[in-house]
Design a protein around this ligand. Structure first.
Ligand SMILES: Nc1nc2c(c(=O)[nH]1)N[C@H]1C(S)=C(S)[C@@H](COP(=O)(O)O)O[C@H]1N2
Ligand SMILES: [Mo]
Length: 218
């Protein structure tokens, strides 16, 4: 796997997290219901840690483009102005990183996934989603996990434009799964009829990543 790392990625960081997956680090062996706000093995933080592969691409709103393609009737390449004209909503949710931190009550604004689906109109075969980012990162979701009402394409956090380090100008936010499923600096969303595991999924991380089921590795 080491050979196909995107350029500039911190290999040591990747190796460490890959070793965690191999060794099953941090696993408590517990599962929990959603009535338990903090998922098993997580600890609450008040700051907002930054986690990525070590590249933080500088994407301006002027050059921003989001490609949405694959099994859709209406593939689009959206610029920043178009994104702003889409329906906008606010969501407050908790986020959970597989490296064990959780952060409560994050206030995001952006485009709800439903509005994107209305725009591109899925073809019947679309069952999976693949995400690509400007740092070379990729991840995957089922359509069901992507289409949830709490998910956003977020451009703001706590009322301010989303910072570069947290994935600005635009990131995906999928709060019901571990945060590696929430692509920062997203540049392409592709609908597929098959599952396409992403960067961490091919390095020992779980295909779905439900924090309450402690789906850290798989
Ligand atoms: N493009 C991109 N998105 C990414 C990552 C990344 O390396 N590149 N890391 C993921 C991981 S492992 C986590 S925990 C969250 C961290 O988001 P944060 O830096 O805003 O806390 O981003 C996710 N999305
Ligand atoms: Mo993470």
């Amino acid at each position: 796997m080491a050979d196909d790392l995107p350029e500039g990625v911190k290999r040591k960081l990747v190796d460490t997290k890959q070793a965690w997956a191999r060794d099953g680090r941090l696993l408590t062996g517990e599962t929990a219901g959603h009535d338990q706000r903090l998922p098993p093995g997580q600890r609450l933080v008040r700051d907002f840690p930054v986690l990525d592969l070590g590249i933080q691409p500088d994407v301006s709103t002027g050059t921003f483009r989001l490609v949405v393609d694959g099994l859709v009737e209406n593939p689009v390449t959206m610029d920043w102005a178009w994104l702003q004209e889409m329906p906008q909503e606010q969501r407050v949710n908790d986020i959970h990183c597989v490296t064990q931190w959780s952060r409560y009550d994050n206030r995001w604004s952006g485009v709800p996934v439903g509005a994107l689906l209305d725009l591109v109109r899925l073809k019947p075969g679309a069952k999976f989603v693949s995400f690509e980012a400007h740092d070379g990162y990729t991840t995957n979701l089922t359509l069901e996990d992507f289409a949830r009402p709490e998910n956003l394409l977020a451009h703001s956090w706590e009322g301010e434009p989303l910072s570069r380090q947290h994935g600005g100008p635009l990131r995906v936010v999928v709060p019901h799964l571990y945060l590696w499923k929430s692509t920062k600096w997203v540049r392409r969303i592709t609908f597929l009829n098959h599952n396409q595991p992403g960067f961490w999924e091919v390095r020992g991380y779980h295909d779905r990543g439900d924090p309450w089921m402690e789906e850290r590795y798989g």
